[in-house]
Design a protein around this ligand. Structure first.
Ligand code: ADP
Ligand code: ADP
Length: 232
């Protein structure tokens, strides 16, 4: 089954002489239960592709599907609900609520949706991300790496169909990176979730099932079962 699909997606910014064609007809399928890393030079369109796939930005033309849902057909309200109910985001900008504890931040999306967490999964996520002894701390009392791991736990807690990460290990030391990557891997292997990350880090890409390479707004290559050496 397809978890997400881009069909001939074009994204331009600006107009006239200063127009930038960030995506120039990108088509890609993201199969359910697969972990994909998107790599490529700075400015090649990675973030733009991820934002279009995740419904954070509208494609200029082409279409994007999450499951069977065509994003262009949704109203703003339906889009907000789709993001809330079906998508998890692990972005570098943590966006944690400063007045809430780590645990309250992690369960906030579930609380808003009025859903009960799966206790076993929540414990697994918190344990594997090394956050057990940090749950009652507020973001201001946590290191950057701990805050990023709280944001990761928050994205995974509701067990969304598909998880998007923009440089999810970007600011992390190698131990924290390993924890984040292994929980993303576990969500795929143990629950059949779908993960798509943008990364510059060959060690992060090595955790993926597949790497898609972008250059100048095009997909130029694809590699299955990558290793840290083979993606360089
Ligand atoms: P990457 O993530 O691979 O670094 P981006 O998707 O961020 O690439 O950017 C692709 C191209 O689109 C770049 O030329 C970038 O400068 C341009 N771009 C991205 N976002 C905007 C924006 N909001 N306004 C104008 N140009 C943008
Ligand atoms: P990264 O390469 O880490 O993805 P960027 O510096 O390309 O980060 O982009 C950071 C943010 O700035 C993104 O939200 C992107 O859409 C925006 N952006 C990138 N390039 C431009 C640009 N030329 N003009 C306006 N906004 C941009």
């Amino acid at each position: 089954a397809i978890a997400a699909r881009a069909i001939d997606v074009v994204k331009t910014y600006g107009s006239g002489d200063t127009q930038v064609r960030a995506l120039d007809g990108v088509s890609a399928d993201f199969v359910r239960g697969e972990f994909t890393a998107i790599m490529g030079p700075s400015g090649s369109g990675k973030s733009t592709l991820m934002h279009c796939l995740a419904g954070l930005d509208n494609a200029t033309s082409g279409s994007v599907l999450i499951g069977d849902t065509e994003l262009m057909s949704l109203s703003d309200k339906q889009m907000t609900m789709l993001r809330r109910d079906r998508i998890g985001f692990v972005f570098q900008a943590f966006n944690l609520v400063p007045t809430l504890t780590a645990l309250e931040n992690i369960t906030l999306p579930l609380d808003i949706a009025g859903r009960k967490p799966d206790k076993e999964w929540l414990d697994t996520v918190i344990g594997r991300l090394g956050l057990l002894d940090r749950l009652s701390h507020r973001p201001g009392e946590l290191s950057g790496g701990q805050q990023q791991r709280v944001a990761c736990a928050r994205a995974l807690a509701a067990r969304p169909e598909i998880i998007f990460g923009d440089e999810p290990t970007g600011n992390l030391d190698s131990r924290s990176s390993g924890e984040v990557l292994s929980i993303l891997r576990a969500s795929v292997d143990e629950f059949g979730q779908t993960v798509v990350i943008v990364t510059h880090d060959p060690r992060a890409a090595a955790h993926a099932d597949r790497v898609v390479f972008l250059a100048d707004g095009h997909i130029v290559d694809e590699l299955r079962d990558p290793t840290a050496e083979s993606v360089l």
